[in-house]
Write a protein that binds this ligand. Structure first.
Ligand SMILES: NC(=O)c1ccc[n+]([C@@H]2O[C@H](COP(=O)([O-])OP(=O)(O)OC[C@H]3O[C@@H](n4cnc5c(N)ncnc54)[C@H](OP(=O)(O)O)[C@@H]3O)[C@@H](O)[C@H]2O)c1
Length: 260
């Protein structure tokens, strides 16, 4: 894909943070948008602002992607509206910070459903039409947490390791057929994420803006890359700690960052 102009892009988790920044950046580049998240009012406000500012079409289909049937329902709604998705951005996700047993199993089930199952489900539903066109692809929002074990963020970092492995594997399967599957791996980013996760970010690297993360992600996608760690060099270095140090040493470092 050479540019997003005129393409139709589905963004999950578009009601705030990185997803909302994707919506603004893509509208600015002339892409038509399909926005989803649970907060219908916020999505409609964003859609109204974007439609007033840019000559693009913005459709809103609210839904809870932690529910097993939602990916299929979303796909059906999009087919019924005669829309065709050129690029899928699987961005919706959340974490929980703290000792593993501090949270009930239901919250982990919701996280696994959203961060993994919905992402795989939507990719499975939307990839075939992209493959027919031989163009477009998927941006999956992983994290620098994908690259190493992180005590006190165990389930979240494992979901993001899944997203990274899944995305790069699909890149390997489909890039020769014209599709790009990019794993976007941000470090600490200034969004609602830390509040939702109950994470203390004071020992983390300085937060990037969602706009910086999104710009790097979209550029990497247009270059056909398999993964990108956006922002300052320190994010890239942290992501590669486990290639530089013994795994036990890495466990000590990540544990110190997230221990309460
Ligand atoms: N911020 C960081 O430091 C950071 C770093 C690395 C990776 N990430 C990843 O970046 C992605 C975006 O997060 P963010 O930082 O932008 O946080 P955010 O501001 O909390 O945004 C999360 C988005 O996901 C949506 N969402 C949450 N639960 C959902 C559900 N059950 N069904 C549908 N949508 C749901 C939220 O909308 P509703 O509440 O309206 O549903 C919201 O739009 C996530 O995958 C996160 O893991 C973030």
């Amino acid at each position: 894909m050479k540019s997003f102009k005129g393409a139709t892009v589905l963004v999950t988790g578009a009601s705030s943070g990185i997803g909302e920044a994707f919506a603004h950046n893509l509208a600015n580049r002339g892409a038509n948008l399909i926005l989803t998240a649970r907060s219908e009012d916020k999505l409609r406000q964003i859609a109204k602002a974007l439609s007033e500012r840019h000559t693009v079409q913005v459709d809103v289909f609210p839904g809870d992607l932690s529910q097993p049937d939602t990916p299929q329902q979303l796909w059906e709604q999009i087919q019924s509206a005669s829309l065709s998705v050129d690029v899928l951005i699987n961005n919706a996700g959340f974490g929980r910070c703290g000792p593993f047993l501090a949270y009930d199993y239901q919250s982990y089930q919701d996280m696994l459903n959203l961060n993994i199952k919905a992402l795989v489900g939507l990719t499975h539903l939307f990839l075939p039409s992209m493959l027919e066109k031989g163009d477009g692809g998927v941006i999956n929002v992983a994290s620098t947490a994908a690259f190493q074990p992180i005590p006190y963020l165990a389930v979240y970092c494992a979901t993001k390791a899944f997203v990274l492995g899944f995305s790069e594997s699909l890149w390997g399967e489909y890039h020769e057929q014209g599709l790009t599957v990019l794993a976007l791996c941000p470090g600490n980013t200034a969004t609602n994420f830390a509040d939702v996760a109950n994470a203390d970010v004071t020992r983390m690297t300085r937060a990037e803006t969602p706009e910086t993360v999104v710009e790097a992600g979209l550029r990497a996608f247009l270059k056909g890359r398999n993964y990108v760690v956006p922002g300052r060099r320190v994010n890239y270095l942290l992501a590669n700690l486990s290639r530089l140090l013994p795994r036990r040493r890495v466990l000590g470092i990540t544990s110190d960052i997230f221990k309460e």
